[in-house]
Design a protein around this ligand. Sequence first.
Ligand code: IMP
Length: 428
Amino acid sequence: MHTVTVVGTQWGDEGKGKVTDYLAANAEVVVRYQGGNNAGHTIKFDGKKFALHLIPSGVFNESTINILGNGMVINPLALFEEMDMLEKANVSTKSIMVSNRAHVILSYHQTMDKLFEALRSDEKRVGTTAKGIGPAYMEKASRQGLRMCDFVDEVAFSEHLDQHLPYVNVLLKTFGEETIDKDALLKRYKPYQLRLKPYVQDTARILYDAIAADKKVLFEGAQGTMLCTDHGTYPYVTSSSPTAASVALNTGISPKSIQTVVGVSKAYTTRVGGGVFATEFTGALADQIRTQGNEFGTTTGRPRRIGWIDTVVLRHALRTNGLSSLAVMLLDVLKGVHPLKICVAYKLDGDMIDYVPASIKVYERCEPVYIELDGFSEDISGVTSYDKLPGNARQYIEKIEDLVGVSASIVSVGPDRKQTIIRESFFK
Ligand code: IMP
């Protein structure tokens, strides 16, 4: 068996796209297992730049199968927009398969997302991406959702709307919004329904066979552990679980098939949207890091909040995901930052604690406890081997390894594929 899972250890945007892109080069199957087009990463190579939101990173290799798993919520319009963008750039999309059990995001999910957010007070706003993710998962959990197998079946889709639109329209009316006309909706989605049909498959069976045949399979997480509905900073989270534990449920494979788990972390921390962020700081240094790291959302363009690396969070991610190693990203961005701070614990009401509190109210009272290390001033963006990194950069990485309890298998020093220091081989 050869499976590798890539998960985010923080609040998303850790640079998973670059890691999955690197690993995808040797994978025979790449699988997205949760979320939807709330995710987004930019892949850069050979002077080209691609923003992916739904499609797995393996799409750039002709022979790789790319699966959108059953745990995803998929907006067909967004999927085809992405496929068209790739086709225009001469990237084939023939390798894409969509799980027949994945859920569909329709226009009214996006409307509901905005309406539900608007109901929250300013300080309680989640700051969702407004892509309809939460409402689509809500309907899945309340057994009102629409699955791909039914979306591409004309009769089943029509029957679904007969059952479901009255509920949607009551909601929309309550909010003073325009209601949905069934025929207009059917007409709007017809071209997508027809185009999507050949891509919809029983991907769990395909994956089972791939794993049984010893194929190299890469599971690509979206968002990060701290945005997990169960293990993140609830309710300031997304509506799915980005953890390694979620892979089995959300792709239909056995939990026993999850082997190597790479936890991706920035060399610092960022967060978009609302919610607690213990190591956050603002001011000139935050602005410098935001600019150097291009810390603006790929999906929404929002400026990201900036903070020091937090090893309480990383140890939480280690325990939750069973991390095999870390991939430390964007180390080059910390050039010229003196000193470098690492959060090692929290102080809560006078006591030191080493865990992420479940209660947001309690978490908000936590103060980060830092150690400080000397920074590095050298440009490291051209360094290709670990021992060529400046001593202070290595000291920083090794301190994080010590504090988290796993090694850094990958260190990234720039956005390009080539700017990656690999210290361990995967898919041997
Ligand atoms: P939703 O997933 O659009 O419902 O948004 C819920 C929360 O997750 C918000 O705080 C978003 O900013 C955050 N979020 C969702 N997707 C991503 C992502 O890919 N990167 C970072 N944050 C995300």
